[in-house]
Design a protein around this ligand. Structure first.
Ligand SMILES: NC(=O)c1ccc[n+]([C@@H]2O[C@H](COP(=O)([O-])OP(=O)(O)OC[C@H]3O[C@@H](n4cnc5c(N)ncnc54)[C@H](O)[C@@H]3O)[C@@H](O)[C@H]2O)c1
Length: 369
């Protein structure tokens, strides 16, 4: 394994504990594009968790794509009616999320929706209502919540190891290759780093720091000159009094994205650098390089006292595999969802509030769900 920019090496992957006592989910995937294929590979690698019964995609040629024994359909609705999967992963373009989620609700099919949960907040409200009425179980694909380091950080916070959380600071900065923008939609509103990338960071901030009640934001397209933003900066006010900042760009080269720091995405070069800093009254925590900073002498928390940074041993697992295992337990054992459609709607509201605040030049209160 290649060393990171700081000379550190990625940790060994912790195997996921298999549970053979539950039957696998009969699962289908809608959309066999970039992320749909990752879900398909994950399902095929975890037969104890799920059996891939069908894939639906009107464009992709299934020849050359390994879908195991799954049936292939061009029409998603026809697939749902003929195959009757008990669960579905929706990995289609954002504009289809509401409709396809509603199809699942009408048929009593549990679903995992890729992020963003929908395009607009009105759509999100409609989907939340459909889910409530149908009683189906849902997840939204904010897969970072399943990273071992994030689970460890969450526990660290819950144990009060940082004291009271004061401020959180996140950078997501990378330079996307020019070829990325050959897909025209990526240059138009909705296709930029705010809804594609920063939404994950904002979900992570909500997960670690709590709900957000106000957002101030600025967007800019000064670097690439497309209609969509290439850079955004935001300040978040959390219900617990904590403040947070986010700097996000897809036009600047840096080692600071959670993907680069954790190695979760093989498309990003591994750097082993932290992109998150969580700061409390008694200490701090860096992520995804799990390092905890605290006073050398317990209780001596002040700038004139020595402070030490201790690396914690990160647990490394494939978050998509952990997510699928959780989806199985959610359906089979009624495990509470790590991130439901309702929770995904709240993350969408906080994300869109950055754009709204930038437009109105005023502090924005995210829509309540
Ligand atoms: N969790 C993550 O980190 C992550 C990463 C990438 C994408 N995503 C999300 O996943 C979704 C898909 O993104 P992508 O990058 O894979 O896009 P993509 O364009 O690569 O794939 C989308 C696929 O959906 C198919 N499709 C279109 N209409 C369909 C229909 N009616 N029924 C079934 N399939 C249909 C397309 O043919 C295409 O193959 C988006 O919502 C995106 O935001 C999430």
């Amino acid at each position: 394994m290649a060393p990171g920019a700081d000379g550190s090496r990625r940790q060994r992957v912790t195997p996921i504990v298999k549970d053979d006592t539950m039957t696998p989910l009969r699962i289908a995937v809608l959309g066999a594009g970039l992320i749909g294929r990752r879900h398909i590979q994950t399902i095929l690698a975890m037969p104890e968790a799920a059996e891939l019964v069908a894939v639906a995609d009107p464009v992709v040629d299934p020849a050359g794509l390994d879908v195991g024994a799954a049936a292939w359909f061009a029409d998603a609705q026809e697939m749902l009616d003929r195959v009757k999967p008990e669960a579905v992963i929706i990995a289609t373009p954002n504009a289809l999320h509401l409709q396809q989620g509603q199809w699942c609700c009408e048929r009593g099919i549990h679903f995992l929706m890729e992020k963003p949960v929908t395009v607009t907040l009105d759509e999100a409200a409609a989907l939340v209502q459909a889910v409530r009425q149908s009683g189906v179980k849902t997840l939204v694909g904010h897969h970072r919540r399943y990273l071992g380091v994030v689970q460890q950080a969450k526990q660290w916070l819950a144990d009060g190891r940082l004291g009271r959380l004061v401020v959180a600071s996140v950078v997501w900065a990378t330079r996307k290759p020019d070829a990325y923008y050959q897909a025209a939609w990526r240059t138009q509103p909705g296709g930029g780093p705010l809804l594609i990338n920063a939404i994950h960071e904002i979900d992570m901030l909500r997960h670690l720091c709590g709900d957000i009640h106000a957002v101030s934001g600025v967007k800019s397209h000064a670097n690439r000159g497309f209609a969509v933003e290439d850079t955004a900066a935001a300040v978040f006010e959390f219900d617990n009094g904590c403040l947070g900042t986010l700097a996000c760009t897809d036009a600047g080269l840096s080692p600071w994205t959670i993907e680069q720091g954790s190695g979760e995405n093989p498309a990003f070069g591994y750097t082993g650098q932290s992109a998150y800093r969580l700061i409390g009254t008694e200490g701090s925590l860096e992520l995804p390089v799990l390092r905890a900073w605290s006073p050398r002498v317990t209780g001596e928390a002040a700038w004139d006292k020595p402070i030490v940074g201790d690396p914690l041993l990160p647990k490394v697992q494939d978050p998509y595999q952990v997510q699928l295992s959780h989806f199985q337990r959610l359906v089979r054992l009624d495990e509470p969802p790590v991130v439901s459609v309702l929770d995904g709607a709240r993350t969408l509201a906080a994300t869109l509030a950055v754009a709204e605040s930038s437009q109105t030049q005023a502090r924005c209160v995210p829509r309540a769900f």
